[in-house]
Design a protein around this ligand. Structure first.
Ligand code: ADP
Length: 269
């Protein structure tokens, strides 16, 4: 145990040291073990996430193979094909999100160019409205003058991820409020507030872990990969920004991205 009471792993090595003498070398391998556990968890998670759609896919393909073509009504065949297509697309999203994550991890910060974030928000809102299918109300307050020095593709992905999540985790008739403004310190803030299912306090710090979902069944049925917030967090860190999450179970959540003043570029409109 270390002074703060936390368990540490020590590696003791006995090395011959002169005649009949030995040297005991102690190495603290806690960090190495933690990294190894994270790596193993990650491999286990990826395998599990891919195995589920693969099992469904295999099941349908075997059924199709075992059934004589004439005994399978066209409608049923089309339903099977649709399900297989969905599972294949889901696997494709997982692989593509994993590739995005590994690219993002390869460099800590990004310079980029001036990005008109308000335009990215507008198109993310259109996408969100399409997913919502008219079931939610959208309220917006967006300052078009605020631009950010950064990578457009990354900012676009972070901006739309928060809107997509708000739609996914807000029941019918809920309201989603999207704001883009400068706060009193001159930082650019993007906030997405929903009146959705909310998140328990103990889950909030874990949301940006890869594949972490509060309710696994519910999240999978929404079509997400469980990697969206992990990707968002990486993008935000690369832009020297911060992700803040406030939520109350059954009341709703606010996800906020805060960009430092040094990244803000004010434009004349
Ligand atoms: P997913 O693809 O599962 O949505 P994310 O990384 O985007 O993956 O989100 C991780 C988890 O965080 C979700 O599975 C969900 O449990 C929770 N979550 C994200 N956004 C919200 C929200 N607006 N309201 C409630 N829960 C949310």
């Amino acid at each position: 145990l270390s002074k703060d009471g936390r368990e540490r792993s020590l590696l003791l090595q006995l090395t011959p040291y002169g005649l009949g003498q030995f040297l005991i070398v102690t190495r603290d391998v806690t960090q190495v073990e933690m990294l190894e556990t994270t790596r193993k968890d990650f491999v286990a998670n990826v395998s599990h996430e891919l195995r589920t759609p693969l099992t469904v896919l295999l099941g349908f393909l075997e059924t199709l193979q075992d059934m004589p073509a004439e005994s399978l009504p066209l409608e049923q065949r089309q339903r099977y094909e649709q399900m297989m297509l969905e599972q294949t697309r889901h696997m494709q999203s997982i692989v593509s999100d994993l590739l995005t994550l590994s690219t993002l991890e390869s460099s800590p910060t990004v310079e980029g160019e001036t990005v008109q974030v308000s335009q990215l928000i507008e198109s993310a809102l259109k996408q969100g409205e399409a997913i919502s299918g008219g079931q939610h109300s959208f309220v917006t307050d967006i300052d078009p003058r605020i631009a950010i020095q950064g990578m457009e593709t990354e900012l676009s992905s972070a901006v739309s991820n928060l809107i997509t999540n708000a739609v996914r985790y807000t029941p019918k008739d809920g309201t989603i409020t999207v704001r883009w403004y400068l706060n009193d310190s001159g930082e650019a803030c993007y906030s997405v507030q929903d009146t959705g299912i909310g998140i328990a306090a103990q889950d909030i710090p874990r949301l940006t872990e890869r594949f972490y979902r509060v309710d696994k069944g519910r999240s999978r049925s929404t079509g997400g990969t469980g990697l969206g917030l992990a990707i968002t967090k990486h993008i935000i860190v690369r832009h020297n920004a911060e992700l803040q999450i406030q939520s109350r179970l059954g009341v709703g959540s606010v996800f906020m991205l805060r960009f430092p003043k040094s990244r803000v570029r004010l434009q004349d409109c």
